[in-house]
Ligand binder design. Sequence first.
Ligand code: NAD
Length: 486
Amino acid sequence: MNTQDNIIIQNYSNGSYKNPQSNAWIDNYEPASGKVYGKIANSNAQDIQEATAFAKAAFTTWSTTTIDERSRILLKIADGIENRLQELAEAESRDNGKPVSLAKNVDIPRAASNFRFFGHAITQFASESHESVGLQAINFTLRKPIGVVGCISPWNLPLYLFTWKIAPAIAAGNCVIAKPSEVTPMTAFLLGEICTEAGLPPGVLNIMHGLGTTTGQAILEHPEIKAISFTGGTKTGEHIARTCAPKFKKLSLELGGKNPNIIFTDCDYDLMLNTTIRSSFANQGQICLCGSRIFVERPLYEKFKKDFITRVKGLTVAHPASAKAKLGALVSKSHLEKVQSYIAQAPEEGGIILCGGNQVIVEGYENGYYLEPTVIEVQSNSCKLNQEEIFGPVVTIMPFDTEEDVLSYANDVTYGLSATLWTKDIDRTMRMSNTLQAGIVWVNTWMMRDLRTPFGGVKASGVGREGGFEALRFCTEPKNVCIKYT
Ligand code: NAD
């Protein structure tokens, strides 16, 4: 395990590691202990300017590099991630607070899959042609890479989401300025080395660290960065949309969620209960797809409540490196305090805390950011607990009587990322899948991902879709060529 206590996170620009020009640094915290364990470059507009110039210079060659060669390099990056699975999983866990086991089984394998998937997908990416019958003309569409693309990602699934943006962008022939969250920069830092070893040409991927308001803002404002792929909070997304709209940048925004988990009496109960534990508390509830509002059909409600609470009380909160840990630490002190403030407000709006709610003191790591998994019974869907994204190990439960009622609860929220439905009734499944306001509906499962499918949300959960060819379409500009013949 990497226990070094002064890790210096430099930028990776033009294929080598560099200090920020202004020599400005931010502290990097270890959530499990609350200690600072390193420093992160805080890059400014000059750093972004320099990296963008490298990216522009690399674009001429990279955009005309054969599909086979690009694919080969992406597959090598995937192998490089897999070869360093244990090291990356430990680094991710130390930086984010998530259990090492989760990083090892989910985050890091998925980062490798992102490169492998887009390494293959680009070889199958085709454009359309339209024969204008009777007019003696043929139209075809060229899909050209955009140029320099900005990728900005959050802290909850650090390498997983960082690579989800970078892989399609470079597969499509773009060069990238990528900024991981300043809260979890460690695995992004290591990715630079892996890319160099895989033979990615200098300048194709530039990994720039720093605060959103400094480094992120400089990426938004740089005139040569023509598209922004962003995942993060809805408020930040609004700011990005406002900043980029007058500059006519292409935008993909993957934002917050407040996802319903709807449970009917005819469900497979054991499967539902096991999955609901995961969909509520995986990654300390810090996944945009977590089902944070649980609605249970009334005849099943009391049984579910009893069984669910028993199971939640059995979840062990521990140091993320411990094999016992089902939940590790929350990502930061400020985030812990934000989540606690929602729990504290619950009684004011009629919420009953059924279990959890308290900070956990882990022996030897007393300053770590640990919190009990928390279940709150609410009286109405209009309460703040059901309307605002808490993004922690906190779920609400509430009974419902009819399909119409639960549909109105599910949709009565500003967000629309995902929804989960537990039922064996195919007619109900189809009715509800058609009417739920969400980008993704899972039926009798949760977070099952096929990377070919469109991924994203509606309403305040975002604009645009990632995944499969949708991502490759975002990363390219279509150009219609119309040839008239006689
Ligand atoms: P955040 O919006 O605070 O930060 C996300 C990224 O944006 C970070 O890299 C940050 O530095 C950067 N940023 C902040 N201000 C910026 C600015 N002015 N200009 C440019 N960049 C800026 O989000 P977070 O707290 O890191 O992540 C949690 C949020 O992400 C939650 O709302 C969660 O739902 C959302 N999320 C969404 C998805 C999805 O796919 N829809 C996936 C994961 C997380």
